[in-house]
Design a protein around this ligand. Structure first.
Ligand code: FES
Length: 123
């Protein structure tokens, strides 16, 4: 898979999400402990955009229903529990999930060379 130049290295900043596209897929790129990470920008819950999520303490929380992901690994650390930031009672969480089981984020390959960041799909 051919890597695609997406940004200058300086544009990818710790604690912030950089949004881009590869083959029409939306991707978010960030740094965790200065290491580049790239994930699908589609939330695995309902496919809504994670680029509007909140980055805090090394995790990304989807703004729509509160699913939370470890930005270092892409792993899911908390499944759905809220609606647009409003916490919902525990008994509603199964309904809110709409049958979707907790799962992590899709990974992309991301590298940097000579001040440029490159992205490609994982083989
Ligand atoms: S779409 Fe992200 S938690 Fe529902």
């Amino acid at each position: 898979m051919l890597a695609q130049a997406i940004a200058a290295s300086s544009a990818i900043v710790e604690g912030q999400l950089f949004s881009t596209k590869i083959d029409d897929d939306s991707v978010i790129v960030t740094r965790v402990n200065n290491e580049l990470k790239a994930y699908s920008a589609k939330c695995p819950h309902l496919g809504l955009p994670l680029s509007r999520g909140k980055v805090e303490s090394g995790t990304l929380t989807c703004m729509f229903h509160g699913a939370e992901f470890d930005l270092a690994t892409g792993d899911n650390v908390k499944w759905v529990d809220s609606f647009l930031g409003l916490p919902l009672p525990k008994f509603t969480h199964d309904v809110l999930a709409l049958g979707k089981k907790p799962c992590g984020l899709k990974h992309y390959n991301v590298t940097e060379q000579d001040g440029q960041v490159y992205l490609s799909e994982q083989a």
